[in-house]
Write a protein that binds this ligand. Structure first.
Ligand code: PSU
Length: 304
C-alpha cells in the first residue's frame, strides 16, 4: 500500500536525480494571507527557490491526492478558495481530508508529513505554530511542535509567530528534543522582528552546517527534524515595540470574541494586518522569501 502522493513531473525528476527540492506549505496561502497577495507571495516564493537552484514543491491536498508541486492554475485556484472551503490540515485531519476527497491546505505539521513521504528534506515557511499565550488555561499548543519532534524534515521559519508565547514554545521544543537553530545571530528571531530578547539554544552561520547537523541526526537514528529560525531582513522588520501593542490588541479581541482552536492564528494574522495597515503582511512576505532563499541553499548543501 502506497500513499496517495502525486509529484509534479519537475519535482519527481529532481528527486529521482538527487537534485535539491524545497517543500512549501499551503495554509499560509489559504488561511494566512488575503487574496491576491497570497497568490503573489506563493509565486514569488517559488521563484526565489528556483533562483536559488532548487525546485519548489508546494504541497496541498486535492481530489484524494497529496500534491507536491502545483501548476500555476492549481496555485491560483487554491489562492482563491475561501478559507472556510479549504480544510486547514494538520496530522489529525490529513487522512480524513484525503479519504473524503476534500480540498485541504497543509500546515507546517501536515507539510512535514507529506515532505517526508515524498523524500523532501527541507521545507520553508513563515513562522511555525507553537504554544499560544494563555495556554495554561486553553491548552492550545500547535501540533507543529510535536511534528518537529517526530518527522525528519528541516523547517526554515522566522522563528515561531510573535503572537505566541515564545518562552513556553522554546521550553516545549526543548522537552521534545527539537534543535532550535538561530541562523546568523545569537538571539531567537520573533517573526516580524529580528529580536525576541531570548537567547536561541543553538546558532549556525551556514547552510552547510545545517545540512551536516541533519545528516548527523539521521546517522544517530534520532527521530524528528530541526527548526532553523532565520531572522527577517533588517529593512523589512517591524521592531518588537511597534508590533507589540497591535499583537496585544488582536489577542484581546480574539478573547472577547471567543475565537478558539484552528481559527486563532488566522484571526490574529488578519487583525494585525488591518491594525498595521498592511505593514505586517509586507513583512510576512519578505520573511517567507528570505526563508525560501536559505532553504534552497540548505537543500543544495544536502545533495552535495
Ligand atoms: N507562516 C506564516 N503564516 C501562516 C502559517 C505559517 O507566515 O499562516 C501557518 C502554518 O501553516 C502553521 C500555522 O502551521 O500557521 C500554525 O497554525 P496553528 O497556530 O493553528 O497551529
Amino acid at each position: 500500500m502506497t500513499a496517495p502522493l502525486t509529484l509534479s513531473p519537475e519535482v519527481g525528476d529532481a528527486l529521482a536525480a538527487g537534485r535539491p527540492v524545497v517543500a512549501l506549505e499551503s495554509t499560509i496561502i489559504t488561511h494566512g494571507m488575503p487574496y491576491p497577495q497570497n497568490l503573489d507571495m506563493a509565486r514569488q516564493v517559488e521563484q526565489a527557490i528556483r533562483d536559488g537552484g532548487a525546485v519548489p514543491a508546494t504541497v496541498a491536498v486535492m481530489g484524494g491526492q497529496i500534491h507536491a508541486g502545483l501548476t500555476d492554475g492549481a496555485l491560483q485556484a487554491l489562492a482563491q478558495t475561501p478559507s472556510d472551503q479549504a480544510m486547514k490540515l494538520s496530522r489529525a485531519d490529513l487522512a480524513v481530508c484525503l479519504a473524503n476527497g476534500r480540498t485541504g491546505a497543509t500546515t507546517v505539521a501536515a507539510t512535514m508529513i507529506c515532505a517526508r513521504l515524498a523524500g523532501i528534506r527541507v521545507f520553508a515557511t513563515g513562522g511555525i505554530g507553537g504554544v499560544h499565550r494563555g495556554a495554561e488555561t486553553s491548552f492550545d499548543i500547535s501540533a507543529d511542535l510535536r511534528e518537529l519532534a517526530q518527522t525528519p524534515v528541516t523547517v526554515v521559519a522566522a522563528g515561531a509567530k510573535a503572537i505566541l508565547d515564545l518562552p513556553k514554545t522554546l521550553e516545549v521544543l526543548e522537552t521534545l528534543g527539537v534543535p532550535v537553530i538561530a541562523y546568523g545571530q545569537d538571539e531567537l528571531p520573533a517573526f516580524w522582528s529580528r529580536s525576541s530578547g531570548i537567547r536561541a539554544p543553538l546558532r549556525m552561520d551556514s547552510a552547510d552546517q545545517i545540512a551536516a547537523a541533519a545528516a548527523m541526526r539521521a546517522r544517530l537514528g534520532l527521530k524528528g527534524g530541526q527548526l532553523v529560525a532565520n531572522p527577517i531582513p533588517p529593512e523589512a522588520e517591524i521592531p518588537a515595540d511597534v508590533i507589540g501593542p497591535f499583537i496585544e490588541q488582536a489577542l484581546s479581541e480574539a478573547e472577547a470574541r471567543r475565537i478558539a482552536a484552528k481559527e486563532v492564528t488566522p484571526f490574529l494574522l488578519q487583525r494585525i494586518f488591518e491594525l498595521t495597515e498592511g505593514r505586517s503582511l509586507a513583512s510576512n512576505i519578505a520573511l517567507v522569501l528570505n526563508n525560501a532563499r536559505l532553504a534552497a541553499r540548505i537543500a543544495a548543501a544536502m545533495t552535495r
